[in-house]
Design a protein around this ligand. Structure first.
Ligand code: ATP
Ligand code: MG
Length: 410
């Protein structure tokens, strides 16, 4: 490992799973994965924090192994945020520049950004990011970077990503309990996009769909910029639950059937599906299993289609749709999505990194990898301390310590 390299950490706080990735920036500018881990989460509902101890303990426990593998202590990270109240909106701001010869400075950029957002976002929402889409200088529009240009009136057109204030505040508290400084909160689908999209795709027009356990999030990119974010509160676990209810089985058996047998194509084999549960052998008509799963899958992708319509991007994405998240591992899912969305669809995973990256080349790691990339490249990555976390050290963690202190022995 390059000792002088900067490090960045991404933590994806999913409803079912927490994942972390540590990256290092090598001297040649390349990124290497130096640590990763995942673990089951608890205490989340549809992408948002429902109690503080569950996710804080899950993160703490999971980071023990990440620190052991990378050899570095995780004290700060880019963290994912999710939930149906994550949204984007377009905003305009205008400022006068005071004189025709005025050269635009960073101060002016800050002023125009303030003009675009102050008073435009309801007080109960926290702004996660303001992404400039384009600027208009006097009558000239479509300017990407007006710094140093001259003019008298500057208009900024931006995409503002926000979330309900308690959603962000509670996630921040979870991170605090796990002794992590949140450098930035990023919607999980936006982070995932960073890990799997090329610049060309983002330029031409593409949508990323993160099919998680309890949510399905959509992000649309065009002209290199994020144009839209939306989150639907249905995910791949709804399929498991439907199977459990309709087939009258426990959710573990339903999950097993979903992973091994359900497919997005119309398999016309009429063989029954047989699963073993202990000594018992359970038999289910294949057609019924497919019907239940595909009905829900259709609802999910119709939800995605609706998001694309709201964003005014249905049938307008030359680079098609890219699927990530654990739900994207369902067999033949891209064929199914293609039919519903009437667009080209492919499943993607983070690729092309050095180090121990092989193990995280999976669609469900996209968000954590994207967050780690952002943290390493934008987060002022610094050499991390060579010291292990006191709490999550063992397999079970020693969470009792910090949590007992913070929660007074919850
Ligand atoms: N091989 C597989 N086949 C089908 N589904 C799978 C497979 N592996 C995982 N899944 C599903 O992926 C989902 C978990 O995905 P993921 O870890 O991305 O969710 P999450 O990030 O915890 O949730 P969310 O993003 O909704 O908050 C579960 O519903 C799980 O059943
Ligand atoms: Mg997720």
């Amino acid at each position: 490992m390059d000792e002088s390299a900067g490090f960045g950490v991404g933590i994806d706080v999913g409803t079912e799973n927490v994942r972390a990735v540590v990256m290092s920036l090598n001297k040649d500018g390349s990124l290497a994965v130096v640590g990763y881990n995942e673990g089951k989460n608890a205490g989340m509902r549809k992408g948002t924090v429902a109690n503080l101890t569950g996710p804080a303990e899950a993160i703490d426990r999971m980071l023990g192994e990440v620190e052991r593998m990378s050899g570095y202590q995780v004290t700060k990270a880019y963290v994912s945020i999710n939930g149906a109240n994550v949204m984007s909106a377009k905003a305009d701001g205008m400022i006068a520049l005071g004189g025709i010869d005025h050269e635009i400075t960073y101060d002016d950029m800050e002023r125009v950004e303030n003009a675009a957002v102050v008073g435009r976002v309801p007080a109960n929402r926290t702004i996660l990011d303001v992404l400039p889409l384009s600027y208009t200088l006097d009558e000239q529009d479509g300017i990407k970077d007006p710094i140093g240009m001259t003019g008298s009136r500057l208009v900024m057109n931006a995409s503002v990503i926000s979330v309900l204030a308690p959603t962000a505040a509670n996630l921040a508290k979870v991170a605090e309990c796990a002794k992590i400084d949140v450098q930035k909160m990023v919607p999980s689908v936006v982070a995932a996009a960073r890990a799997v999209l090329s610049e060309k795709q983002m330029e031409n027009g593409v949508a990323v769909v993160d099919l998680g356990s309890a949510t399905t999030s959509v992000a649309v990119f065009e002209e290199g910029d994020l144009q839209y974010v939306g989150v639907i509160p249905i995910g791949a676990n709804n399929i498991t639950n439907d199977l459990a209810i309709m087939l009258q089985i426990d959710t573990d058996t339903a999950e097993d059937i979903k992973r091994r047998f359900v497919t997005g194509s119309f398999d016309d084999s009429d063989k029954d599906i047989i699963v073993r549960k202990g000594r018992e052998e359970l038999t289910f008509p294949r057609e019924e299993v497919y019907q239940v799963a595909q009905d829900r899958l259709k609802e999910i992708f119709l939800g995605v289609k609706n998001e694309l319509k709201t964003a005014h991007y249905d049938h307008r994405l030359p680079e098609g749709i890219v699927l990530v998240g654990g739900g994207a591992k369902m067999r033949e899912i891209s064929a199914f999505a293609k039919e519903v969305l009437e667009a080209s669809v492919r499943v993607a995973m983070p690729k092309g990194f050095g180090g121990v990256a092989d193990a995280i080349e999976k669609p469900e790691y996209a968000a954590a990898v994207g967050l780690a990339m952002m943290a390493t490249l934008e987060g002022g990555a610094a050499p991390a301390k060579k010291q292990k976390r006191k709490s999550g050290g063992g397999k079970q963690g020693k969470s009792g310590g910090i949590f007992a202190k913070i929660f007074g022995g919850f």
